[in-house]
Design a protein around this ligand. Structure first.
Ligand code: KG4
Ligand code: ZN
Length: 352
């Protein structure tokens, strides 16, 4: 079984092909970083136009890499949401057009389901597992029980963790996206110099909050006249911030681990995915947690943790082999929670 996947929900234009032997036959990702850099963040209108300009070429390149024609495909999958709606429309229209012209089934994939199932493409991980999804747009803890079966047990009540990294890095003048730059700077700093809050630590439940942390960094920075905002001050702030994020994340994830082990005594694995999973310090802290709990930590390779189309092709394939597909009247969804029964909170999932 061979599936083409298309991803256009944020600032990566991507096309990929996978098969049911868990082989990635093509995986093309074009990042729009340079287009958005001058604005310090993703501009939806610019993103949509860039997807439109590049997507057909990327699909052609992916088909070429795999040495396949559309006729060789078993299905065409694309991100149907959630995400920036202009981009999702470009991807959905393209996928529908290919499916229609080549007489192939069309599958609209939830972008979050793509992240959630990636680990089954890269590793031998059986259901159920616990998933910590941490990126610029998402910050959730889910119990993944099966394809299409998700229980969200924690979410951010304000910023996503990558967003907190990016905003903190921006105020320290580190550019966009700030997460990787902040991690590098933190390596040179003293994580104990600045006392920062650990939002929600010790509270029951698995929700996160990061916006207060960012504000606390701002207040420290403002306390220094510009000429005293030296590299050392910034490195110490970066290290203190990263440590506070790590401790907050671990505290909330620990509660999730207990809940997961209670509800699924046979469960063995915590999966961490999303761009922030690239952070080595956070991975070390998470490994400490899973070692204590007797779980295994699995992180897909970073190129498949950040936005890509292989994860969309794979999630489409997982759904298709269960007999699912969508009609060509599918409407792109700017919001599309993985667990519609999860409690709604003000501000939660805004950037999903
Ligand atoms: O998954 P992703 O590529 O895109 C979405 O947001 O969906 O994640 C990008 C996010 C950005 O916020 C970026 O700053 C963050 O992941 N990130 C990191 C690191 N690498 C990427 N945050 C902290 N440390 C890193 N090493
Ligand atoms: Zn994503």
């Amino acid at each position: 079984m061979i599936v083409l996947g298309i991803e256009t929900s944020c600032d990566e234009t991507a096309a990929a092909i996978v098969n049911d032997r868990r082989e990635i036959l093509a995986n093309r990702v074009l990042t729009q970083l340079e287009e958005h850099k001058p604005y310090g963040g993703v501009v939806p209108e610019i993103a949509a136009r860039a997807h439109l300009e590049h997507l057909d070429v990327l699909v052609a390149m992916a088909m070429d890499d795999a040495g396949l024609d559309f006729a060789d495909l078993d299905a065409v999958a694309c991100t149907g949401g959630p995400g920036l709606i202009g981009g999702v429309m470009v991807g959905t229209m393209t996928a529908k057009a290919i499916a229609f012209a080549a007489h192939k089934p069309f599958i609209a994939v939830n972008h979050l389901e793509g992240h959630a199932l990636t680990v089954r493409l890269t590793d031998d991980v059986a259901f159920p597992y616990l998933l910590l999804l941490v990126s610029g747009g998402h910050c959730q803890i889910l119990i993944v029980k099966g394809v299409g079966q998700y229980k969200r047990i924690g979410t951010t009540i304000d910023d996503a963790v990558g967003e907190a990294f990016d905003k903190t890095a921006k105020m320290m003048g580190l550019g966009y996206p700030g997460g990787p730059a902040l991690e590098q700077l933190a390596k040179k700093g003293d994580p104990l110099r600045f006392g920062l809050p650990r939002p929600l630590r010790g509270r029951p439940g698995c929700d996160f909050s990061f916006s207060g942390l960012k504000t606390a960094v701002r207040i420290y920075l403002d306390g220094f006249p510009v000429e005293q905002q030296t590299d050392t001050v910034k490195a110490d702030l970066a290290a203190s911030f990263q440590r506070a994020v790590g401790e907050t994340l671990i505290d909330r994830t620990r509660n999730a681990v207990y809940q997961f082990m209670n509800e699924h005594p046979g469960g063995t694995t915590l999966v961490v995915a999303g761009g922030v999973a690239a952070n080595q310090y956070l991975q070390t802290r998470l490994t400490e947690l899973t070692d204590q709990a007797g779980l295994k930590l699995v992180a897909p390779p970073i190129a498949l943790c950040t936005d890509n189309a292989a994860m969309i092709a794979w999630a489409g394939l997982e759904r298709f082999r269960l007999g699912e597909q969508d009609g060509l009247d599918f409407k792109p969804r700017p919001r599309w929670p993985l667990d519609p029964d999860a409690p709604k909170r003000p501000g939660a999932g805004v950037k999903a």
